[in-house]
Design a protein around this ligand. Structure first.
Ligand SMILES: [Zn+2]
Ligand SMILES: [Zn+2]
Length: 387
C-alpha cells in the first residue's frame, strides 16, 4: 500500500473523518475495500496518522465495543469449556443504535459494499476465538453456534445434534420398544424429567436414551425405528436397526465397542453418522409367529398359507387400502390341534398381528384358513435393510 494512495483514498472524506472520532477498527473497516487490506486496526492507525488524530476516548460508531471484544471473548471461552467441537459459528445481536450510527457514517462517506459493524464484530471475535481454541469457523454446518447478545450482555452456545446409527437385540420378553413420555410435559422436557422428556428408562428406548445421555451429556434422544415390535416380542440375530438424534450434546466423537449390553437389551455396531437418510427406508424381516386358531386346524388347509406369496398384502390405513407389500417365504409347523408356528420372510411394515387375525389386512391367516386366528407372540429373527 502506497502512502500516496492512502491519502488519496481518504482525501474527499477528510472533513467528515475529522468531525467524527472513530476507533482504529471502525476506521480501517470503512476503507478496507478500497485498499484491499485485511488488518482493519492497522489500516485505521495509518489513516489516523495521516489525519494527525489522536486515539479517541470513545468511537462514534461502536462506543468502544471493538476495543472491548476480549471481555466477550472470555465469555465464549468460559461457556464452551465443557463442549467438544472442532468448528463453530458466531452470531451477534447489536444495539440498534450502533447499527444506525454505522449506517450514518457509511452513507456520509458514500461507501458501498463494505462490511457492516455486525459482520465485523462476529468476524473479529471469531478470529480470536478460533486462535485460542484451535477450532475453525464453519458457515454451513458448525458443531456449535454462539449467539452473542450485546443488548442483553449475554452469550449462548447451541451445539449441533449428534446422529447415531446402530442395531439392538432383545433376548428377553417383557421390554417394550418405546418409552412413554414424561406425564408432566408430554415429552417436551421439564424440571420433573430433568428436561429429558422421559422419566422412566425401562424400555429399549429408555435404556438406550439413558446410556446415550450419560455418554454424550445430551439432553434428549429422538429415535427413528426401522419397524416396531410388541413388548412380548424378541429381536434376535443382528437386531433391529435404528437412528438416534441427540440434542444438546457435550461430546461428539465417541467410539463404542461392537456390542454394548444393557440389562436384557444389547446395542450393536453403534456409531456416529453425519445425518439420518432422508429417503424412506425399505427393509425385509424374518419373523416367527405363534398362532392360535379358534377351531381345529386341517393340515391340508394349512398348506394353503403358501398362497400368501402369490398376491400383494392389502393393508387398510386410514380411509384407503395399500397393497405394495409382499410376503416372500413362509414355513409352518403344527403344534397342537389348534395352534402352529410360522416363519415368514416379508417386507417390513406389514402389521404382523393383523396379518394373522385379518383385521383390515387381506389376505390373512384367518381368511385363508377360514378359521379365526390370533397371534400369541411374534419374534424377529432377521431385519435386512434394502440399501
Ligand atoms: Zn469503533
Ligand atoms: Zn417432563
Amino acid at each position: 500500500m502506497k502512502k500516496k494512495k492512502l491519502s488519496e483514498v481518504i482525501g474527499d472524506t477528510r472533513q467528515i473523518l475529522c468531525e467524527y472520532s472513530l476507533c482504529d477498527h471502525c476506521l480501517g473497516r470503512l476503507f478496507e475495500k478500497k485498499l484491499g487490506v485485511l488488518s482493519y486496526d492497522k489500516l485505521g492507525q495509518k489513516i489516523r496518522y495521516i489525519l494527525k488524530q489522536k486515539n479517541p476516548k470513545s468511537c462514534y460508531i461502536c462506543k468502544s465495543l471493538m476495543s472491548e471484544l476480549d471481555t466477550h471473548l472470555r465469555k465464549m471461552l468460559e461457556i464452551s469449556k465443557e463442549y467438544e467441537f472442532s468448528t463453530f459459528l458466531v452470531g451477534a445481536v447489536l444495539q440498534p443504535s450502533i447499527l444506525d450510527r454505522d449506517d450514518i457514517i457509511r452513507s456520509k462517506l458514500k461507501l458501498r459494499g463494505i462490511a457492516g459493524i455486525k459482520s465485523e464484530v462476529t468476524r473479529e471475535i471469531g478470529k480470536r476465538f478460533g486462535r485460542k481454541t484451535r477450532t475453525k469457523v464453519d458457515y454451513d454446518n458448525p458443531d456449535v453456534v454462539f449467539t452473542m447478545d450485546f443488548k442483553r450482555d449475554s452469550c449462548e452456545i447451541k451445539p449441533k445434534a449428534v446422529i447415531l446409527q446402530g442395531r439392538y437385540a432383545k433376548k428377553i420378553r417383557g421390554i417394550s420398544q418405546k418409552q412413554k413420555p414424561c406425564i408432566h410435559c408430554e415429552g417436551k422436557g421439564c424440571f420433573h424429567c430433568d428436561f429429558h422428556g422421559i422419566s422412566d428408562f425401562n424400555s429399549v428406548e429408555g435404556r438406550m436414551a439413558k446410556f446415550l445421555f450419560e455418554k454424550f451429556g445430551a439432553q434428549q434422544a429422538k429415535i427413528t425405528w426401522i419397524g416396531s415390535e410388541d413388548e412380548s416380542s424378541l429381536v434376535l440375530g443382528k437386531g433391529r436397526p435404528f437412528f438416534a438424534k441427540l440434542t444438546s450434546p457435550h461430546k461428539r466423537n465417541i467410539a463404542f465397542p461392537k456390542k454394548i449390553k444393557l440389562d436384557g437389551v444389547s446395542f450393536l455396531n453403534l456409531h456416529v453418522i453425519p445425518k439420518i437418510p432422508s429417503d424412506s427406508i425399505k427393509f425385509r424381516t424374518y419373523v416367527e409367529v405363534e398362532v392360535e386358531a379358534e377351531g381345529e386346524i386341517d393340515p391340508n388347509m394349512l398348506k394353503q398359507l403358501h398362497h400368501l406369496k402369490d398376491t400383494p398384502i392389502m393393508v387398510r390405513e386410514g380411509s384407503g387400502w395399500k397393497n405394495k407389500k409382499r410376503i416372500y417365504g413362509i414355513k409352518f409347523k403344527k403344534k397342537t390341534e389348534n395352534s402352529f408356528t410360522a416363519l415368514l420372510q416379508m417386507d417390513g411394515g406389514i402389521p404382523v398381528k393383523r396379518l394373522v387375525s385379518g383385521s383390515e389386512v387381506e389376505p390373512s391367516f384367518s381368511s385363508i384358513l377360514e378359521n379365526q386366528c390370533k397371534c400369541r407372540t411374534f419374534d424377529f429373527h432377521k431385519i435386512i435393510l434394502a440399501n
